[in-house]
Design a protein around this ligand. Structure first.
Ligand code: NAD
Ligand code: MG
Length: 395
């Protein structure tokens, strides 16, 4: 029996994780569900899944949840930073699903890593912000980090076992690997008129052709910033250099990524685009469990196609690849700026095409101080947000 904490339980990954748990209730128990403000959703989850603890980051939400739970409920409601760290580091916890969206996920995810937990990593932003430190902490504590992000999970699945055992420290060349081929659908605007992008609404940006996801990552997919963040994520997880990572646009999202070996072999992982597959893989690794996902029907798929990424259409992808080359100061700035610009777009304050403009401006103007520890990273994150907000207000 694996005892689990789900960070970001009320979100899209949270829902998929709980669905996999429901399909395999004999093997997993829920110690705690963690969310920010969504009381209605958390209340429903508590009634259905009966976790030991329901933690709301927002104190007011915790109070409301407590009031609305039936008096006979055994679920303990908590709030507060110390309480959250106590949950992820509790000795009874085996596995932490890290699925809070954005930089807010960094500290609790890092706490789970430091405590040596098995960490199922969906929160890519934490690696984008703190890559080196994250990997060093992993090594120190011996925490096992398994990639939930479908592309990284696919790559993990097709790596030789030797490299699966040294995530963060892979030696790709030694393992006979020439390239990691990171696939991406290109999102909802792959073939829209370039001149129409400035008029695209949040609803259009969030309407992904293949995946159903939270709003922030959906907008990131429309701008292909998501692929950029994943490029940085792959750099850290697989210890890959710029020459070793290629982005391949694959509109059907059937191949979830590939590894190219020096003998000419390419090994891919395929499946229907449903996050329950990578989640189930991480939960049960090295075994396999039922995820509830329909088997892939090749006759229905019919065709698979591939394109080179278009950096004019997707300037955010170019910015992220460039930031990855520049180093961690740049990726921390870009991540913070992108959270601010995407939120501004979702609130109808700026246009879709302004997201890249704000991000580019932040990357060139926020001073890049050296990052020696987590406090430096958090300070640069705050400073970049202030700068990005000023830019948003100028538009
Ligand atoms: P979502 O918006 O659906 O859910 C976000 C969750 O985070 C919610 O439970 C919310 O309560 C919680 N949260 C937000 N702010 C918080 C805060 N300050 N403190 C604590 N909790 C907070 O997002 P999602 O689509 O489930 O994505 C979650 C993460 O997984 C993101 O990092 C995303 O990039 C990654 N991811 C998602 C998918 C997907 O298919 N949805 C795929 C790959 C990776
Ligand atoms: Mg992904």
């Amino acid at each position: 029996m694996q005892n689990m904490v789900i960070l970001g339980a009320t979100g899209s990954i949270g829902a998929s994780t709980l669905s996999v748990i429901s399909n395999n209730f004999e093997a997993y128990s829920i110690y705690a569900l963690v969310a920010n403000t969504n009381v209605d959703k958390m209340l429903a989850l508590c009634e259905l899944h009966q976790p030991q603890i329901a933690h709301m980051v927002d104190a007011n939400a915790a109070k409301l949840l407590q009031e609305r739970l039936s008096p006979s409920s055994k679920v303990e409601v908590t709030t507060g930073e110390d309480e959250l760290y106590a949950i992820v580091t509790a000795t009874c916890v085996d596995t932490v699903m890290a699925a809070i969206v954005g930089a807010a996920g960094l500290m609790p995810t890092l706490a789970a890593v430091k405590a040596g937990k098995r960490v199922l990593l969906a929160n890519k932003e934490s690696l984008v912000m703190s890559g080196r430190l994250f990997i060093e902490e992993m090594k120190k504590s011996g925490a096992q980090v398994l990639p939930v992000d479908s592309e990284h999970n696919a790559i993990f699945q097709v790596l030789p076992e030797s490299e699966q055992q040294r995530i963060g420290f892979c030696e790709l060349k030694e393992a006979g690997i020439s390239h990691i081929l990171l696939t991406g659908s290109g999102g909802p605007f792959l073939s829209s008129e370039l001149s129409s992008l400035a008029q695209m609404t949040p609803a259009q940006a969030c309407k992904h052709p293949n995946w159903s996801m939270g709003r922030k990552i959906s907008v990131d997919s429309a701008s292909m910033m998501n692929k950029g963040l994943e490029y940085i994520e792959a750099r850290w997880l697989f210890n890959a250099s710029a020459e070793q990572i290629k982005v391949v646009v694959h509109p059907q999202s059937v191949i979830h990524s590939m590894v190219q070996y020096l003998d000419g072999s390419v090994i891919a992982q395929l499946g229907n685009p449903d996050m329950r597959t990578p989640i189930a893989h991480c939960m049960s690794y090295p075994q396999r469990i039922r995820s509830g996902v329909e088997p892939l029907d090749f006759f229905k798929v019919g065709q698979l196609s591939f394109l080179e990424p278009d950096f004019t259409r997707f300037p955010c992808l170019a910015l992220a690849i460039d930031a990855c080359e520049q180093g961690q100061e740049a990726t921390t700035i870009l991540n913070a700026s992108n959270e601010i610009s995407v939120a501004a777009f979702l609130n109808n304050k700026i246009k879709f095409t302004d997201i890249a403009k704000v991000n580019e401006n932040c990357l060139s103007h926020v001073p890049k101080q050296a990052l020696n520890n987590i406090d430096d990273i958090l300070a640069l994150d705050v400073q970049s947000r202030i700068y990005a907000t000023e830019w948003v207000n100028k538009i």
